[in-house]
Design a protein around this ligand. Structure first.
Ligand code: BG6
Length: 493
């Protein structure tokens, strides 16, 4: 049975808490996964009573929980909510917080601290917590949950890690990459390691290349301040896309415990061929969305978005070609791309196989042999598909592309959000879906040379129309003419 704890949210009235954390906790409560006595303490600057916070949370849940708010669950959930008014930079607020926790019998003394605050404040808050004696585990566990981005580059990530470790041990730190909480991302492991038939094919002898695409039709929304400093490479590729790559490429782990899994992921990241400064243009591409049309409506260009400097060359689209120099993958290109304001919201891992060694059907009506693909749809459509060729019925030798669907492929109505899984793991002390520092460090090393080069070359950036599949010019990343971005789960190549 899970032990009751106090889940403290720093940044309680921010966007992440409102849109992700509170709905996820509500869903866990609805699924009867939260123990009696589990409390949620919002830490914020507003001068609010518990009742103000409860009302705020109930309003935030409206329209954000599956199937609408259930009266009984809401009553139970409301009773778990407490508010603490304090300033994140004030040491005395942390002393008061400790006293409140010591004195309130309804706030269990096992504590999870969730940093739903700007990254620049992580180190400071962890220090203030420790200063008030709140990192000390004498009377119950203490866990610190850190959101991405973890640092701004390899150097700043190391500095942040060093500061966190002054007061919290590695065991206490949970670094979130919410992609690891997505059902289909976890399914990559099941798909690979629970199905023996794939393993002999999963290597450089049979696989031509791998593509990982994350596209969004939305723009940067109200996040100009954050996004313009960060850009697409840091925002998505350094974290989520590289994590997906490690799951596709890793060796079978010794077991599914946290360290065995992470050891294998780190090996993949360490084996990625470094992109030298001279090779940046051949391996990386960046672009920015210009005005265009999305869902039939005119969409602004990035430079017209509120809060974006008119000269900004921050990339809203980034693509990379990577090679993993190990026995399994040497010379198989892994193409990664992500972009805002693209034609569709879609995350897909697409694995293309090589052509059969002999074109046996060349003299028939089969004009072109299509290679096999395995398609792992991460979102919005969750699916596993195998694309292959079969003969059409009839006298002629004609083939067409067929797709074998495995898994639920959109038929399941059972959906959970990544945060539900991850928050439960924090409460249950399961770190397997959280990042160890060396993973983050190696992921920064992969992208750092590109970031450095882009930072110094700030005078020009390609553009693509909002609502398109991105800049046409990045075909230059592909090794051969028969490789191209795959935009759909249904394409027939
Ligand atoms: C976040 C990025 O980590 O992931 C956002 O900061 C991005 O820019 C988001 O939109 C995508 O997550 P999801 O779960 O909506 O695919």
């Amino acid at each position: 049975m899970v032990e009751p704890c106090t889940f403290i949210i720093f940044g309680a009235t921010g966007n992440l808490a409102r849109t992700k954390l509170l709905p996820a906790l509500y869903h866990l409560d609805q699924a009867q996964r939260l123990p009696d006595g589990f409390s949620i303490l919002g830490f914020g600057r507003r001068d609010w009573s518990d009742e103000d916070w409860r009302q705020y949370v109930c309003e935030a849940l409206e329209g954000r929980v599956r199937g609408g708010v259930d009266e009984e669950v809401r009553t139970r959930f409301r009773a778990r909510l407490r508010f603490f008014s304090g300033d994140l930079t004030d040491p005395q607020a942390f002393d008061r917080l400790r006293n409140t926790l010591d004195e309130s019998s309804d706030l269990p003394n096992k504590l999870a601290f969730y940093m739903a605050i700007p990254p620049a404040e992580y180190a400071e808050v962890s220090q203030l917590l420790a200063g008030a004696g709140l990192s000390n585990e004498e009377h119950g566990w203490r866990r610190l949950v850190i959101e991405k981005p973890f640092g701004y580059d390899a150097e700043s990530a190391e500095a942040l890690d060093e500061r966190l470790h002054r007061n919290f041990s590695e065991r206490q730190i949970f670094r979130i990459d919410h992609y690891l909480g997505k059902a289909m991302v976890q399914n990559v492991l099941v798909f690979r390691f629970a199905n023996l038939m794939l393993e002999p094919l999963w290597n450089r002898n049979y696989i031509d290349h791998v593509q990982i695409t994350h596209s969004e039709s939305l723009g940067i929304g109200g996040r100009a301040g954050y996004y313009d400093d960060v850009g697409a490479l840091r925002d998505m590729i350094q974290s989520h896309l590289l994590q997906m790559l490690t799951l596709v490429a890793m060796e079978p782990p010794a077991s599914l415990d946290a360290d065995s899994l992470r050891d294998e992921k780190v090996k993949v990241l360490k084996s990625i061929r470094p992109i030298t400064r001279k090779a940046v243009n051949a391996h990386a591409f960046r672009a920015q969305y210009a005005g265009g049309t999305v869902d039939g409506e005119r969409a602004k260009g990035y430079l017209e978005e509120e809060g974006i400097p008119s000269q900004s060359t921050t990339e809203t689209y980034a693509s990379l070609k990577l090679y993993i120099d190990n026995w399994r993958w040497r010379n198989v290109p892994f193409y990664l791309r992500t972009g805002k304001r693209m034609a569709q919201r879609s995350s897909v891992i697409a694995i293309r196989f090589k052509h059969p060694p002999q074109q046996l059907f060349r003299q028939t009506q089969i004009e072109k042999m299509h290679p096999n693909w395995i398609l792992l749809g991460i979102q919005p459509q969750e699916c596993i598909r195998l694309q292959m060729l079969t003969k059409e019925p009839g006298l002629e030798m004609r083939v067409h592309t067929t797709q074998l669907d495995a898994s639920y492929c959109g038929t399941s109505t059972y959906h959970t959000d990544a945060y539900e899984d991850l928050l439960m793991d924090v409460i249950e002390d399961d770190a397997s879906l959280f990042l160890r520092y060396d993973e983050i460090c190696w992921a920064w090393r992969v992208v750092d040379p590109v970031l450095k080069s882009w930072t110094t070359e700030r005078d020009f950036i390609h553009t693509y129309p909002a609502g398109s599949w991105g800049p046409a010019e990045d075909v230059r990343l592909f090794d051969r003419d028969d490789q191209a971005w795959r935009n759909s789960l249904y394409d027939e190549d």
